[in-house]
Write a protein that binds this ligand. Structure first.
Ligand code: HEC
Length: 162
């Protein structure tokens, strides 16, 4: 009997602990939650990607662009573009309670979002190939195609400055 009481008491404790976990709003959301961490990492990755793309465009504006800088950054943004689809785990949107421009359509229209990501991947692969060849006119044209791929996704899946 005593043992049974102990088991019941432990079960009750377990339930109480479970209820406390579910009631704590800091656990499913917030900057320390896995989803919050994913959101913050994603935004940092995007800033890195943007820095790489800017470095390319800054070179292209110069009279004598440094092709090695262009090629290195083309490789960098090809890499971030390949990783991009992994930056959006389910639950890492506004439900984290953090500031985000990620629209719900990223998850409700996952197919469209994946296409937009694939478009950027294809354009950055081409940019890297052209950067290796070194024809500046071709690189410039392709840099615009990359920019268009960024913009196409932002237009559909990123909220205007929030
Ligand atoms: C497949 C969709 C997609 C593509 C392609 C894309 N982005 Fe984004 N980008 C987003 C989304 C969604 C956000 C909002 C993320 C958030 O706030 O959680 C974002 C945010 C950003 C941010 C803001 C980061 C911050 O500080 O919060 C920058 C800068 C950025 N993108 C640059 C770029 C550049 C440059 C490219 C192209 C080389 C690009 N993005 C391509 C979807 C995309």
């Amino acid at each position: 009997m005593a043992r049974r009481t102990l088991v019941a008491a432990l079960a009750a404790l377990g339930l109480a602990a479970g209820a406390a976990l579910a009631a704590d709003p800091a656990l499913p959301a917030g900057p320390a939650s896995p989803a919050g961490q994913a959101l913050l990492a994603r935004q940092a990755h995007f800033r890195e990607q943007a820095a790489g793309f800017k470095a390319i465009n800054d070179e292209l504006k110069k009279d004598a662009p440094d092709k090695a800088v262009i090629a290195a950054n083309a490789t960098k943004i090809k890499g971030t573009a390949a990783d991009l689809p992994t930056w959006f785990p389910k639950g890492s949107g506004p439900e984290t309670g953090l500031k985000t421009a990620a629209k719900a359509e990223i998850w409700t229209d996952a197919e469209g979002f994946d296409k937009a990501a694939a478009q950027l991947q294809a354009e950055t692969v081409k940019l890297e190939q052209l950067a290796m060849v070194g024809d500046l006119d071709a690189i410039k044209t392709q840099a615009r195609a990359v920019g268009a791929a960024c913009g196409a996704c932002h237009a559909k899946y990123r909220a205007a400055a929030s």
